[in-house]
Design a protein around this ligand. Structure first.
Ligand code: G3I
Length: 328
């Protein structure tokens, strides 16, 4: 997120630019979000501010970085909820679903955690979960554990380590989330399993352990460009069918597509894959990982550039608005 890496001044500059450009070139119709009235949501991230056109498109909110432990508690004991509050307050005020992302993740954990004793780590991680749940009680869902196959937290052993199941630290994380966030859907989120049967079977095995203990409501498939750009519709459908056998909700949680970088390439891949997700009865909602060109974590994945929709966004909003999502 380039704009977040800059100073506060540059953030304001971005906001001003976005507003002015939006006013001049507004190709955005004054209408509801694309998935209003549909059985599934189409959401997006919010980083440090809410772009003026955000609510024209999206009806579910995930903070891009704001609800990561490392973002909130970079200094031990000093909580910075600023970016998280912006996203949460906006979502709640609009009645959009808000997802916390994420409680336990080996990336973007606070730097100071790894040097603590195991018992101190246990205290700190529980305090963090308790505080986040208390602050955002209207969260619709939470990525309790993010990327367990790729980014194991330094405090894994403080949560029970591998234990007898091989994944006790994840089970403990979900117990804590259930204790402190009893009203939220509890999810486990991962990338790279979309077209990798071996990773998928590992991820399914963890989800099953959680399901057997009545701890999980759904899984998030990140669905980033580095997987989806190289997949076709039948592979995507096979993946979703495979996960559907778990019997928990499936969310597409961080969708982005580049496919060579051209408008035509991006559009073609959206047209090929998005309907598979929208029409899959186990998929309950779809979240994109950014949409403003120049502000997405991956260059080329943006859908809205200089106040104008790229063709994939124009297609997407038309498709969603005119196509009922399959739920059974
Ligand atoms: O906030 C600091 C700033 O103070 C500092 O000056 C600057 C220096 O580089 O860094 C800023 O933090 C950056 C942060 O984004 C906020 O902008 C980090 O360097 C940067 O690494 C971080 O990147 C985020 C990344 O997660 C971290 O892993 C991306 O914005 C975010 O889109 C990305 O999102 C992840 C999901 O959470 C999980 N799945 C994969 C996805 C894409 O990588």
């Amino acid at each position: 997120m380039r704009f977040l890496n800059g100073s506060i001044g540059s953030i304001f500059k971005q906001m001003c630019l976005a507003g002015c450009v939006g006013l001049i070139f507004s190709s955005v119709p004054a209408s509801a979000q694309m998935a209003t009235g549909k059985a599934k949501f189409v959401g997006n991230v919010i980083a440090g501010y809410v772009p003026s056109e955000y609510g024209t498109y999206w009806n579910q909110v995930t903070p891009e970085n704001g609800t990561k432990w490392g973002s909130v508690e970079g200094t031990r004991g000093s909580m910075n909820w600023g970016a998280a509050d912006v996203a949460y307050n906006y979502a709640v005020s609009k009645g959009y679903k808000f997802k916390m992302h994420t409680l336990v993740w080996g990336s973007q954990e606070p730097g100071w955690v790894k040097n603590l004793s195991s018992s101190d780590q246990r205290v700190e991680v529980e305090q963090w979960i308790k505080a986040a749940c208390a602050r955002y009680p209207k969260s619709w869902a939470i990525d309790v554990v993010n990327e367990p196959l790729h980014q194991v937290p330094s405090f894994k052993n403080a949560l029970g380590g591998n234990g007898t199941t091989g994944w006790d630290w994840i089970i403990t994380s979900f117990h804590l989330a259930k204790q402190y966030c009893p009203n939220a859907k509890l999810l486990m989120n991962e990338y790279g399993t979309e077209n990798d049967p071996s990773a998928r079977s590992k991820f399914k095995a963890i989800a099953k352990l959680l399901k057997d203990r009545n701890l999980i409501d759904g899984i998030g498939l990140q669905s980033h460009y580095f997987n989806l750009d190289y997949m076709n519709a039948s592979q995507m459908k096979a993946t979703l069918d495979d996960y559907a056998s778990l019997g928990v909700d499936i969310y597409i949680s961080e969708l982005d597509i580049v496919n060579g970088g051209s408008d035509a390439g991006q559009l073609a891949k959206y047209k090929e894959l998005f309907p598979v997700m929208w029409q899959h009865s186990s998929v309950k909602g779809i979240t994109l990982w950014g949409y403003r060109s120049g502000e997405t974590w991956k260059d080329g994945s943006g859908l809205y550039s200089n106040g104008k929709e790229r063709p994939a966004l124009t297609w997407l909003k038309g498709y969603v608005a005119t196509t009922n999502a399959k739920t059974k």
